[in-house]
Design a protein around this ligand. Structure first.
Ligand code: AVJ
Length: 320
């Protein structure tokens, strides 16, 4: 059982200034309160996300891992030997061994914003793949990245699994794809996972599971604000909501006030009426043609794609 009670707040100087800025700005816009999804992933949030990936309703991780196990050898045939595999937002790198085993790259460059996680999983992979030079880079992959000198000459295979691109609105996704093209260079490949548009009932269940794990994941953001920013948010006055927004083809997660509430965050006071929400995440879904168009808009040419029998999830290989 994970503990999410509010531990004593961190002294203000230890709080991440970017977190503070996003939260204060997010609560101040009373027309549309929103906090970027990246702030879900403190230690508890990362553990809860791992739990989400095991849920019966949350199909993306299972389906994508099966697709990788099944089709990595075809990726390897196209990529050829001696590439540098560059993984964006590697996190725990759980899906990577399938790809590395098949592609047998010269180097593996995991990029992640969270250094601790990054070094741990990089060390584990280095031990399992002694022939592969592992060069972790601690960086925010939303910006173009200078890759380590040692992989400069190698042709690249970018790897962006997990439908992470789904968290971004279209304009940001295109910016990211273009930044990746710049980081990896002409002649590189990109293997990307995207979640498909499907029956909204299946989608909503994947983000509102019966065991309530996703609800805890969402509500943990409020605990985190209380912990790290000295907030006084009454977390029990909020409930998790997952809705399908058909116009934008995305699942949205919100935190809804179940009664009128007033609370403080770092000296500022905020009020919400019952029924008002904080928008905490978008998870965009892509049809086959949507996915191809998005890639081309970002400067990538779709080369091959693989999907499961039920067309739940797609792995797409594109070239720059
Ligand atoms: C990690 C962004 C791919 O959108 O499916 C899972 C995050 N949020 N359940 C997703 C998430 C709630 C996940 N991504």
């Amino acid at each position: 059982m994970l503990l999410e009670q509010d531990a004593p707040p961190l002294p203000a100087e230890e709080a991440d200034p970017a977190f503070r800025a996003d939260v204060l700005k997010g609560f101040a816009d009373t027309r549309r309160r929103a906090i970027p999804a990246r702030w879900f992933y403190d230690k508890t949030g990362s553990e809860l996300f791992e739990e989400i990936t095991q849920l019966p309703e949350y199909y993306p991780t299972r389906v994508e891992t099966a697709l990788l196990a099944r089709h990595s050898s075809e990726v390897a045939e196209i990529a050829g030997p001696g590439r540098a595999v560059v993984e964006f937002g590697s996190g725990s790198s759980i899906k990577t061994p399938h790809l590395l085993r098949a592609v047998n790259p010269a180097a593996y460059v995991p990029i992640d914003i969270s250094g601790d996680f990054l070094r741990e999983s990089a060390a584990a992979l280095a031990a399992d793949f002694p022939g592969v030079k592992v060069e972790p880079v601690e960086a925010d992959f939303m910006h173009p990245i200078d890759l380590p000198m040692s992989v400069g000459e190698l042709p690249k295979l970018g790897f962006f699994p997990g439908s992470t691109i789904g968290n971004m609105i279209a304009r940001t996704s295109v910016d990211l794809l273009r930044a990746m093209r710049e980081s990896l260079g002409v002649g590189s490949l990109l293997l990307i996972g995207m979640d498909r548009v499907k029956d909204p009932a299946i989608l909503v269940r994947a983000y509102d599971d019966a065991a309530g794990v996703t609800a805890r994941f969402n509500l943990n953001l409020l605990h985190r604000i209380n912990r790290e920013l000295g907030g006084t948010i009454p977390v029990e006055a909020f409930r998790h909501r997952a809705i399908w927004n058909d116009l934008y083809a995305r699942v949205e997660m919100h935190l809804e006030a179940t009664c009128d509430v007033t609370f403080g965050i770092e000296g500022a006071s905020f009020s919400m009426r019952r029924g008002e929400t904080i928008h905490t995440e978008n998870s965009h879904k892509y049809g086959q043609r949507d996915a191809r168009l998005l890639l081309r808009a970002g400067g990538w040419t779709p080369l091959r794609e693989w999907t499961d029998a039920d067309n739940m999830f797609a792995l797409i290989l594109a070239g720059a």
